[in-house]
Design a protein around this ligand. Structure first.
Ligand SMILES: O=C(O)c1ccc[n+]([C@@H]2O[C@H](COP(=O)([O-])O)[C@@H](O)[C@H]2O)c1
Ligand SMILES: Cc1cc2nc[nH]c2cc1C
Length: 351
């Protein structure tokens, strides 16, 4: 708890003066006021986060949290559990979608085993296993409260270490067969929305598995009775180890005023937990894309975040978040590199 408390103590507000200065500069650049839309809002947010109008990113990092799920035994995924460690090996060998996109964006990948059921032996893996997969949430809690806190703290420390090594733009990613089930359960606990509206097909399940998934979430909520006023309790009861780790990465980045780009459904479930632990953490989050999972849009609305990319993606791994790094860098360059009306000798608006 000491690490989490330390992180929470350092989370501050956005720097309003820097944001105002950023808005003024944007209004003086050679374009009609506001014409770069969300790109301008992003430049203003970056100023609020760093306290500086000009930002550039030297080291971009995606942190992938990997964990397994006892609830996979209920037949809620289209793929077997073994895929979790197999994909971890794929991340470390460079063959996954996230490797391609991270290379494309010039980002580094950190992969953390925070709760994979089997052990992966690879020198590139950060082994910070809190538990060998969660217990089946349809039958009882995913993990103990102590384990949930420990997993959040793994995320905090991983973010801090990466920032200490120079990371100044962080993206969140996940890997875990079955993890759209706890992510949807977390959303149900916080939103109270009917499951039919928020539960999707994850890796691509058929109608039969969708019914099993809905039943498993219904049972998880009945058996565990998560209290939306107790976010760590929600996480321990119906969450996942990688979701906890992602919440920790977000709180860790926020505590160091480093922008953190949120990926799809699972990462945003982590963001919801972080936001309920400390709402100020939302200030440091940047939404990337909106996933095909129906619950993702609802999560982003709850957080009050607007996604920038609509590409029908539903992969996880941090893929949407890493794609958005390009837009974050573009926003930072616009405010820094564009000429003002005065510099370019362009006439300003008449009214
Ligand atoms: O990020 C998303 O929005 C997303 C949506 C659907 C599936 N996934 C990925 O697919 C896996 C979970 O799907 P499932 O069907 O096993 O619950 C897990 O490894 C996630 O990274 C990710
Ligand atoms: C192959 C595969 C890759 C993934 N990456 C994230 N979730 C995944 C699920 C599967 C099944």
């Amino acid at each position: 708890m000491e690490i989490l408390e330390r992180a929470l103590k350092s989370i501050g507000e956005l720097d309003n003066t820097a944001m105002q200065r950023a808005r003024e500069r944007l209004d003086n650049l050679t374009k009609p006021k506001g014409s770069l839309g969300a790109l301008e809002d992003l430049a203003v947010k970056l100023a609020g986060i760093s306290g500086k109008v000009f930002n550039d990113f030297r080291k971009k990092t995606v942190i992938i949290m990997a964990g397994d799920h006892g609830v996979a035994d209920e037949g809620v995924s289209a793929y077997p559990k073994e895929v979790t460690p197999q994909m971890v090996v794929n991340f470390l060998s460079g063959g996954a979608a996230i490797n391609v996109l991270a290379r494309h964006e010039g980002a580094e990948i950190i992969c953390v085993d925070i709760g994979v059921a089997s052990d992966v032996d690879h020198p590139g893996l950060l082994v910070r296993k809190v538990k060998k997969g969660t217990d089946n949430i349809a039958k009882g809690p995913a993990m103990s409260r102590e384990e949930a806190i420990k997993a959040i703290e793994v995320g905090v420390v991983t973010a801090w270490e990466s920032i200490d090594k120079g990371s100044d733009l962080i993206a969140t990613g996940d890997m875990g067969i079955g993890n759209t089930t706890p992510s949807s359960a977390i959303l149900a606990a916080f939103s109270g929305k009917p499951l039919e509206e928020i539960v999707g097909r994850g890796t691509g399940i058929d109608d039969l598995r969708l019914q099993k998934k809905l039943n498993a979430i219904r049972k998880a909520l009945e058996v565990n009775k998560p209290d939306p006023e107790d976010p760590i309790g929600v996480l321990a009861k119906v969450g996942g180890l990688e979701i906890a780790g992602i919440a920790g990465v977000i709180l860790g980045a926020a505590s160091r005023r480093v922008p953190v780009i949120i990926d799809g459904l699972i990462s945003t479930a982590g963001a919801l937990i972080a936001s309920k632990i400390d709402p100020r953490s939302i200030n440091f989050m940047i939404a990337s894309h909106v996933s095909e999972e129906p619950g993702h849009k609802v999560m982003l609305e709850l957080l009050g975040l607007k996604p920038m990319i609509f590409m029908r993606m539903r992969l996880g791994e941090g893929t949407g978040a890493v794609l958005a790094m390009n837009l974050v860098e573009a926003a930072a360059k616009i405010i820094k590199e564009m000429a003002t009306f005065e510099e370019a000798g362009v006439s300003k608006e008449e009214i």
